[in-house]
Write a protein of this length. Structure first.
Length: 41
């Protein structure tokens, strides 16, 4: 049987979740990356 390949957005909404990330973790990583970029210039 052939199964359709789902796109990334469909998988993000309906697919199996393999991990969790908190908004605070996203913010911390964003700050670290911005600091790296600002120090390069």
């Amino acid at each position: 049987m052939i199964e359709p390949i789902r796109d990334a957005i469909w998988l993000a909404i309906h697919g199996r979740k393999i991990g969790r990330i908190m908004p605070e973790e996203v913010e911390e990583e964003s700050i670290r990356e911005q600091e790296k970029i600002s120090h390069r210039q």
